[in-house]
Design a protein. Structure first.
Length: 97
């Protein structure tokens, strides 16, 4: 009978550890961006929107998007960014010809 109790206790501990490991992470002290935890003051390179975002306070963030380049009077070609890549890989690139 004591082997059954030991096995039962062991299984309870294993289930508790698994449940704790798979529970969602709290974002109370930072930001949730694209499902990722970002600490206050840290930056995150996002895909959608394609931007570098900074967590400024718990639950609040700001950022900057892709730069725009001008070729003046010269012709240019736009090379599309890869939407599957985080910033800056998702940004379009302008090539002056």
């Amino acid at each position: 009978m004591s082997n059954m109790k030991t096995l039962g206790l062991f299984l309870c501990i294993v289930l508790l550890v698994v449940a704790e490991a798979t529970s969602p992470q709290k974002f109370d002290d930072g930001c949730s961006i694209e499902g990722n935890y970002v600490a206050v003051g840290a930056t995150y390179d996002a895909k959608s929107p394609c931007a570098r975002l900074q967590c400024t306070a718990p639950g609040a963030y700001m950022g900057s998007g892709c730069p725009e380049m001008s070729c003046g009077n010269r012709e240019s070609q736009i090379i599309p960014g890869d939407p599957d890549q985080p910033y800056p890989g998702c940004c379009d690139q302008t090539v002056c010809l």
